[in-house]
Every structure is written in structure tokens, then in C-alpha cells.
Design a protein around this ligand. Sequence first.
Ligand SMILES: CC(C)(COP(=O)(O)OP(=O)(O)OC[C@H]1O[C@@H](n2cnc3c(N)ncnc32)[C@H](O)[C@@H]1OP(=O)(O)O)[C@@H](O)C(=O)NCCC(=O)NCCS
Length: 367
Amino acid sequence: MTLPKGLAGVVVDQTKVSSTQGAVLTYAGYSIKELKNAPFEEVVFLLWHARLPSAEELNDFKKLLVSKMVLPYETVQLMARIAREPQHPMSILRTTVSLLGTTNDIERDDPPRILAKMLTAIAAIIRIRNDQPIKHVHKAWGVVENFIYMFSGNRPTPEQVAQFNTVMVLHADHEFNASTFTARVVASTKSDDYSCLTAAICALKGSLHGGANEQVFKMLEKIRQTGQDPIQYVAQRMAGGHKIMGFGHRVYKNGDPRAAILREIARQAAHETGNDDYFALQEEIKDYMFKTTRLHPNVDYYTALIYHCFNLDRQTFTTMFAACRTAGWLAHIIEQQSEGCLIRPSSEYVGETNRHYFADKEEKIID
Ligand SMILES: CC(C)(COP(=O)(O)OP(=O)(O)OC[C@H]1O[C@@H](n2cnc3c(N)ncnc32)[C@H](O)[C@@H]1OP(=O)(O)O)[C@@H](O)C(=O)NCCC(=O)NCCS
């Protein structure tokens, strides 16, 4: 039996939520190229119901999500203590989501309430870390506008809302990526939604998955601060056996379709915020990587710059990924729960065999 390392290319189950077949990302059959400017709320509805909402349903769904973007006072009090700790924001988010599953009536919580609370919790973590007062939801605004306002403290422009909306739509789901699969494994044991999400966050945190966006910006900052030649820096890192974060993909070997869309948003956002130099640096590294390795940038490469343009501290970048992906995690949790089947694969044992405890112990004593 030869198994591909990391289950690469192995189809482990079926899903109706999303697909990357043919290197085209689709949500319930719709290409992200068509959905990229659809309201985030509409895409969430699509992922959860496998159909587009009517105009009335969409309006009600928006209102419902926004109305739930409020955290109980006691949760905020507890969060304030956790979020002030000097730990990584993803560690704080992991503990916060676990906390949300203990301080609320989890039997009553449904996907809209959970998604809404996740967004508010992430925005609150960012505000508390920066010693800034928590911002409250505006009932008349949409989810994306509220989310930006709640983490930044400023009402975004319509252009910023449109840019961030696309970022959220493109991150909303991605079939059986590592964090989603983790959430599905936990859901398959009939655990609760918060446990599934906590596990998903643990998987997302790593730098080979969602944690890559932070590492991308760390690299860009380092190059800018040291004044090093970018090509020399990247070449040296690779010669030292390091991967260049934000490049390569398990599924997309000829380019991540999300990166192409995000590149344009990064270019625009960088221009509007005086960050053209960062974008030019990214372009230089991208061209060099393609020339020398044929590797393309992935979803995390350009979001790093977009988040910087939204004044986010790089340590919080992966919490943004979590905010968007919660929609997809919940869609997969719902689907997995409806299947009622435990995920419990088998492994090929490759260790020692036919050993004998008593004989080996005796031999040691004689030695
Ligand atoms: C995403 C990733 C884990 C996919 O990995 P994968 O499908 O398992 O592919 P591999 O890691 O086996 O890579 C295949 C080859 O390309 C190289 N490679 C892949 N990504 C690379 C990168 N970012 N920088 C340099 N080399 C890379 C590998 O070293 C390997 O080379 P080898 O065959 O000489 O050993 C990998 O591309 C990576 O680690 N990228 C950086 C982290 C990142 O951006 N993660 C976010 C993903 S959305």
C-alpha cells in the first residue's frame, strides 16, 4: 500500500458545499469569479442552504446576522482579561471561542448567532489588544461594514466595504482544507459547534495554512526594514531550505483563482493608502518565484497587504481569515452533522512487529 503523504489528492468524502475540481473554486455550483462581488450575507446563505436567497430572505438574513452581533456583557468581561494577555491573537481567539461555548446557552445557539458572535469576538479581541474601546453594532449597516467598523473604530468607505466584502467572500469556504476537515472530524463525533470551531481555529493557526498571511507580511517588513535586496533575501531563504510563505498550494498547481482577484484589490488598496512600495515589492518577489520555481502566489499572499492597508497589526491577520472561514466551517459542520457518521480512518502500521514484552525485559535484566 502506498499512501500519498498528507493525503494529497485523496478524496475522503462527498460534499455539496464547495468544490475545487478542475482548479475552479465553486460554492454550491457557482464560481467565485461570479460571486466575488455578491454580498457576504448572500454567500453565507448559499453555503448553508445550497441555494441563493430571495430578495426578502436576503434582507431578513442580513438583519438577523447584524442583530446577533452583540456579545453578552459577562463574555466581554472575561474576554477583556484574556485578550490583554501577551499571547498570539489566534491563541486568544481559540480560548475565546471555547469560552463562547461555555458562557452561552449552546443548545439555543444556531449558525447565524454563532457566526455573528465570532465576528464580534474577533473585532473585540483586536480592540482590547490595542487598548481601544469596544465598538457596538449599527443595526442599519450590513455585516461587512459593521465588522470593519467594529475592529477599526472607523466607518469604512463604500469602496473599502466592497474590497473587504470580496476578501470575505473569497475566504468563506474551500472544501476539505485542513481546518474544515478538522471541524468535520469533531462534528462527526456529535460534539458541539463551539468545539468544532475551536478545533478548526487550532488547525488554521499554523503557518502552512491560515497562519501564512502573517508570515508573508513579516517577510515584506523585514526586507523593507533591513533594506536587503528582495531577490537575494528570497534566494537565501530557499537555499537555506525554507519555504516562501504565500506561495504554492496543495490543490492549485497552476495558480490560486482567489489570488488573481485579491491581487487587484491589494493593488488598489495599496495605492489608496500610500503602500505602493509594498505592492511593488510583492510583484518583484512573485515574478522571481515564478521564474525560479514555477510556484504561484496563493490566497494568503495578497491578503497580507490588504489587511495591512486596513491598518491591522500583522499578528491579527489570521483572525481575519478565521472570521471569513467561520461561514464555511459552519456549512461543513451542518453537512457533517446531517450525515451522522463517525470519521475514523485507519492507518498503515509501519513500526516494529512481533516483539515480546517478557522476553525483552528479561534480556535487559541479564544485560
Ligand atoms: C501550501 C503548501 C503546504 C502545499 O504543499 P504541498 O502540496 O504539500 O507541496 P509540497 O510542500 O510538497 O511542495 C512541492 C515542492 O514545491 C516546493 N514548495 C512548495 N511551496 C513552496 C514555497 N512556498 N516556497 C518554496 N518552495 C515551495 C517544496 O519544497 C517541494 O519541493 P521538492 O519537491 O523539491 O521537495 C506549500 O506550498 C507551502 O508550504 N507553502 C507555503 C505556506 C503557505 O503559503 N500556506 C498557505 C496555503 S494557502
